[in-house]
Design a protein around this ligand. Structure first.
Ligand SMILES: Cc1cc2nc3c(=O)[nH]c(=O)nc-3n(C[C@H](O)[C@H](O)[C@H](O)COP(=O)(O)OP(=O)(O)OC[C@H]3O[C@@H](n4cnc5c(N)ncnc54)[C@H](O)[C@@H]3O)c2cc1C
Length: 455
């Protein structure tokens, strides 16, 4: 039996952030990670000189917690800006837009004038309404949490903006349906990703997301291959089992996805139980490595991504052109990454790699004619639990959970299902869990880990 004060379960970005904040507060923590590498859904693969982000694809200059941690671990020089041009398909053609070119949706023909005016006016109003709200803490968005994103977007921006800008954005970022998500998420995403409230830039780590999470983990005591099998409450704290080993701790930050955390949590409250029941969207991402001789047509050169609205969507909801992330990640060729929609993926995820690649390539041919002939390698990454669903009421539930924490909590939940469903949101939940533990125990007078050692 080993004895530790704080255990973090899961070395995804939520768990790593929690551990980094606890260490900064002077607490030694151990992080138990089931898999053989850190990062969770922020990991990268390396194939023939190509760096492939398997899950999370990009960061943003509006990610304050990650920005602070990146500075802290000396990784800032390895963060580069992503080409800001993206496109949305309308009428079978790619319509190019960029956040800092406000007229681009009109000029490209993505929106007609009346819809464009609604976007421009509504966007400014939205920017003013949401500017003061936290960009990473879902519990700050309770006032916009009553309705679903589609109802909000159609009444706020109208059908055309919803169809060509808001729905494709939610579908390609979260692999979810706009009408399943809270208006809070749609409003947040609209203001963040269409730059309606500021000068937001997308960024990416040189070496891929995995390089960043490895750096974040480098000073921490992370135990890989340590799947926590069970957690029980003991008189002096908590006991965790990892294979045959038993670890006794005073406090546990559960930073595993909801499906794993709900099996482990021995005494969830009603609010925790509701959070732990969170379902996730599903996707599979397909990396397509193509010979350098393949010529990018004018539509797709100098472009980071294109999204397919429902009217033009087959199985693929978005495609990224990875050289737009810079940092020499595409070896001697081109790397395209295609993302299966949240509707298609559950039906296709059990298919073979070859079957998935074949469907994706046939859909890509329309925008990248001749690409199939130039492919020399592919990889398929399956994400049964891709991103936590954020239905109406979720912001209120998170706020309620955060208010419910007692003076010396044994368990704290972290992870994207307890906040905004993306890297920065997950990081914010990790910071919240760490700072809440330190604050509560300081108020209580116990100090982290003052509970008597385990038997
Ligand atoms: C395809 C895809 C694209 C995405 N794109 C973006 C993007 O571009 N930008 C963005 O900001 N976000 C993006 N995201 C979302 C982002 O990756 C996640 O929201 C975030 O990484 C979640 O972090 P987390 O720490 O909450 O969970 P995870 O990353 O899932 O980490 C949980 C960890 O817990 C471990 N674990 C599970 N069970 C146990 C156990 N019993 N014992 C020990 N450890 C356990 C897991 O192995 C895992 O490492 C994307 C996600 C996917 C899937």
């Amino acid at each position: 039996m080993s004895e530790v004060r704080v255990v973090v379960v899961g070395a995804g970005i939520a768990g790593l952030t929690a551990a980094l904040y606890l260490e900064a507060a002077g607490q030694h923590v151990i992080v138990l990670e089931a898999s053989g590498r850190v990062g969770g859904r922020m990991v990268s693969d390396s194939v023939d000189g190509f760096t492939i982000d398997e899950g999370a694809q990009f960061l943003s200059t509006r990610y304050p917690v990650l920005g602070e941690l990146i500075e802290r671990v000396g990784f800032a020089a390895s963060i580069v800006e992503v080409n800001p041009w993206v496109a949305v398909v309308r009428g079978g053609r790619l319509r190019r837009i960029r956040p800092d070119a406000p007229l681009s949706p009109l000029r490209s023909g993505l929106l007609r004038l009346p819809a464009y005016l609604r976007l421009a006016v509504g966007g400014m109003r939205l920017g003013r309404r949401t500017r003061a709200l936290s960009q990473n803490d879902l519990s700050a968005w309770t006032s916009y949490d009553e309705t679903d994103g589609k109802t909000w977007s159609e009444s706020y921006f109208g059908a055309e903006v919803t169809r060509f800008m808001i729905e494709p954005c939610i579908a390609s970022l979260f692999f979810q349906r706009l009408h399943d998500d809270s208006a809070a998420l749609a409003m947040h995403t609209t203001s963040l990703f269409y730059g309606l409230s500021g000068d937001v830039k997308l960024t990416a780590p040189v070496g891929g997301m995995g390089a960043l999470t490895r750096r974040l983990a480098s000073g921490l005591d992370v135990r890989l291959g340590s799947r926590v099998g069970s957690i029980s409450v003991a008189p002096t704290g908590v006991e965790l089992t990892v294979g045959a080993e038993r670890i006794s701790a005073n406090h546990v930050i559960l930073a595993a996805p909801a499906s794993a955390a709900r099996v482990l949590h021995p005494e969830p409250t009603a609010t925790e139980r509701e959070l732990l029941a969170t379902p996730y969207s599903t996707t599979a991402t397909v990396a397509i490595m193509v010979r350098r001789s393949f010529r990018l047509g004018p539509d797709v050169s100098n472009l980071y991504a294109f999204n397919l609205p429902e009217s033009d969507r087959g199985a693929v909801v978005a495609v990224t052109i990875e050289e737009a992330k810079g940092g020499g990640r595409v070896g001697n060729g081109h790397l395209f990454h295609a993302y299966l929609s949240g509707d298609a993926a559950p039906k296709m995820i059990a298919s073979s790699d070859d079957q998935i690649v074949s469907v994706v390539l046939s859909e890509l041919e329309k925008f990248l004619p001749g690409v199939s002939r130039e492919v020399f390698a592919t990889r398929v990454y399956r994400w049964k639990e891709a991103l936590a669903l954020t239905p109406p009421g979720r912001a209120r539930l998170v706020a309620q959970y955060r208010k419910s924490i007692g003076p010396a909590p044994r368990f704290l939940l972290a992870g994207d299902y307890t906040g905004m469903p993306f890297t920065e949101g997950a990081a914010e939940t990790g910071r919240w869990a760490a700072t809440t533990l330190v604050d509560r125990l300081a108020q209580w007078g116990g100090g982290v880990g003052s509970v008597a050692a385990a038997s």
